[in-house]
Design a binder for this molecule. Structure first.
Ligand SMILES: Cc1cc2nc3c(=O)[nH]c(=O)nc-3n(C[C@H](O)[C@H](O)[C@H](O)COP(=O)(O)O)c2cc1C
Length: 219
């Protein structure tokens, strides 16, 4: 391993918001994409992608995603909907649906459903009100646990924490041990700018044995 000796220090408090946004997104990657369905108080089903997303716990299974406050200081439809109906579905994004997912990220007005505009088929959920997107190979029904705000005003974070109540997995992707076949699901992830990646190139690392020193200490 080679240590780096020359670092450029970018102090976030001294930089423009947009510059921090671009630098952050270029170094925290690849980011998985939650394609989130919510329901408005008027019953309109909303779909929007969020790459500020991850799994954060397993007992109970938990996820987070963050719809940022918009440049004009208002909230995105997803966040407004969660205040009215505190439930959401995370539909995962496979290569097959990447273009339609991107179409759904257009800022449609709240009365317009991205299901229809982007061509997704709504499927009823088992335990919550927002529908699932049938074209996504795995859908996670979630109950909103909490929303944690970080900062305020444009680009500030609204971290939505959800408890996963039900996993819907396309049966052809489900392995005998009830995990999902990574070779079949073909998910995409977000990089910086307009770039995306697949997970088609993989490698494995065995965990260090509990009775052995890790390799780096042995040297
Ligand atoms: C792949 C992808 C990832 C995105 N990730 C985020 C994100 O993490 N947070 C965010 O606020 N917006 C994100 N966006 C932009 C939102 O999807 C976009 O603002 C959308 O219109 C929000 O929809 P809504 O107003 O219906 O909630 C992303 C867009 C794309 C295409």
């Amino acid at each position: 391993m080679k240590p780096y000796t020359d670092f450029t220090h970018l102090v976030s408090a001294e930089r423009e918001k947009r510059a921090n946004f671009k630098t952050l997104l270029s170094c925290v990657l690849p980011r998985p994409i939650a394609f989130v369905s919510t329901l408005s108080k008027d019953g309109v089903a909303n779909l929007a992608p969020f790459s500020f997303f991850n799994a954060v716990g397993s007992s109970p299974p938990a996820v987070i995603f963050s719809p940022a406050t918009k440049a004009d200081g208002t909230d995105k439809d997803t966040l407004i909907n969660l205040a009215a109906v505190p439930e959401f579905v995370v539909n995962v994004v496979s290569f097959d649906i990447k273009d339609a997912m991107n179409d759904a990220s257009f800022p449609f007005p709240p009365e317009v459903s991205e299901f229809k505009e982007a061509g997704f088929t709504p499927l009823p959920s088992n335990l919550i009100r927002p529908p699932r997107a049938a074209e996504s190979p795995v859908q996670l029904e979630c109950k909103l646990h909490d929303i944690v705000k970080v900062g305020q005003g444009p680009l500030s974070a609204n971290i939505c924490i959800g408890e996963v109540l039900c996993f819907h997995v396309a049966t052809e992707m489900l392995l005998e041990d009830e995990t999902v076949d990574v070779t079949k699901i073909d998910l995409v992830a977000r990089l910086g700018g307009d770039d995306y990646s697949t997970i088609r190139d993989r490698f494995a690392l065995k965990k260090p044995g509990s009775n052995e020193y890790p390799r780096r200490i042995e040297r």
